[in-house]
Design a protein around this ligand. Sequence first.
Ligand code: FEO
Length: 393
Amino acid sequence: MAAREIQNKVYSVGAIDWDRTIFDALVPLPHGTSYNAYLVLGSEKNALIDTVEPVKKDELRRNLKQSGVQKIDYIIANHAEQDHSGAIPDVLEWYPEAKVVTNKKCKTFLQDLMDIPDEKFLVIQDKEVLSLGDRTLEFYFTPWVHWPETMVTYLREEKILFSCDFFGSHVACGDLFVKDRNLVALEAKRYYAEIMMPFAKTIRKHLQLVDGLDVKMIAPSHGPVYDDPKFIIEAYREWVSDRVKNEAIILFVTMHGSTEQMAYRLTDELLTRGVDVRLFNLLNADIGEIAAALVDAATVVLASPAVLNGAHPGAIYLAYLMNQLKPKTRFVGILGSFGWGNKMVEHLQGNLSSVKAEILPPVLSKGHPREDTWQAIRELADTIARKHQELEK
Ligand code: FEO
């Protein structure tokens, strides 16, 4: 992808990774991703904001050359993770006069991850400004979006916020600016869920910072640029709020079909009571899609058969992940079938200690589910529907 101007003398010079399918060996990327870097030309100094994943460094170099820039004075490192910082040593080689501008914590992380000597750094403080001549960069520390050192950079004159992961979406597309809002909002939600949801309360404060900045454009480091950023700011406001939807997510694993029958029966019972449901078979579900669903559903139901004397590892994995992501789930249900030993409830609950939700009475079936199980599932559906209604009062 060529260097493209997003504003007068502000260029997008990063790389699109069209066929990357997974991130952090964990998160599927159904639409690929991009590593956006931005070049800001001032009357006296030039700044490169973030870099790219090292495998894409040649593309960054081509784009910088194509922009016609002769020197880079500053490399702004908003975040130390390698998909944005990994090409910093290369840029320092290409432009030896450049200094890496970042906060103290980020400097430490960068030096942990790669060899950059002390003298190459210019350490800035929160709210510090840096003049490029006729243009001014302002730095705001936004820790835990999603690492402790993360910060954003604001180009004062153009009112552009360079937000790095914050507001980003894993979308590889040729659109410089957001055209398909539905796609970007969906992917931004997945991304928020996967890495930022555990820090929702902190992000709420960072949104206040954004509100106070008069932002006309948000240029994230993944996905297209927001030239009309109101919708993504409002979407984030909803995600970090305390509000939950009248929705239950049912996550099931099945071995011989009993647990699946229970999960489907609960789905029907909830739908007839006016509760929205999303059902996922954990055997082949997309973890990112589940994470996004966890952002605002009021209830999560884990359904598992017993393996030996406890829950199925697939269900344990999901419980562990949920515990890490800390969604604002209000109620957790547990369904399952077993043959002899049954420690499933203890195993699942033991992996949910960070989820501040009420655990509803579990429904367990010894062997094939029969009428007593269906009755228990109807009662569980009654309870979930009632509790959701109470939330709306
Ligand atoms: Fe896109 Fe936290 O790196």
